[in-house]
Design a protein around this ligand. Sequence first.
Ligand SMILES: [Zn+2]
Length: 220
Amino acid sequence: MSEQVTPIKLGMVNAYLLRAGDGFVLVDTGVPESWDDLEAALKSAGALPERLKLVVITHGDFDHTGGCAKLQKRYGARIAMHQGDAPMAETGTPLKRDVSRLGRFLMWMNKRRKDRPEFEKFKPDIFLTDGQSLEEYGVDARIVFLPGHTPGSLGILMSNGDMISGDTLSNMFKPGTSPFIADRDELLSSITKLKSMDLRTIYPGHGKPFPAERLSKIST
Ligand SMILES: [Zn+2]
């Protein structure tokens, strides 16, 4: 496993911390109720209060953007994401999309939880585009646009071939894709695109990292 990508486990969701020169880049921020865990993990890594150079959001779902507003307000963090998902962040309105049986179960579980903190809306500071390098933020990586799970989903390709995939890929029970799909054709082309790349380890939005060879078993 790469030393460049450090997972931060936030309940059922993953965030990842990347070393960025003398600072850090955070990828995703968990659900709103994981804020204390996220803040503690970032402090113990030395990223907070002032060495967090950028927060990259793989997509606009609340389970990945739950800490954004607090990181912006309390620590002046800059949030970067694809413009396609900005409306979700700015309005707090979840996307309407196809949901599998597993997805409906996850939604039911989520609704059952009481006294959850509300999602705090936020305005992204930076919009990322396909192929964009993160070098100016101290990370040898680039953005790969992967629409389908949401209109603005993206992955982060590290220079060693490691890929932080957001929910385009997940590993809840086995490597696969998310049970929530905004556009199936787009999602399938995004997965085909990932299969065509020379990748090493996949770091999914949910579940454990897995070797990229496992991608060939995911049907498209
Ligand atoms: Zn998710």
